[in-house]
Design a protein around this ligand. Sequence first.
Ligand SMILES: [Cu+2]
Length: 66
Amino acid sequence: MNSVVKVKGMSCQHCVIAVKKTLSSLEGVQDVSVNLEKAEATLTHDGPVDMKEVRERIEKAGYEVG
Ligand SMILES: [Cu+2]
């Protein structure tokens, strides 16, 4: 299944890579794609993903969810 998360504050490909990297290592996440124009990260996972952890990681990387 896919979950889409809005990520605010990304401005370039480095931001995309940073978000992708931090979310890719989350437990249960198979794939992450980040769309800079849409300001979205799409997580591919087969089980539940801890959305609180997703938020925390995004914030820790310097961006904002919402
Ligand atoms: Cu950037």
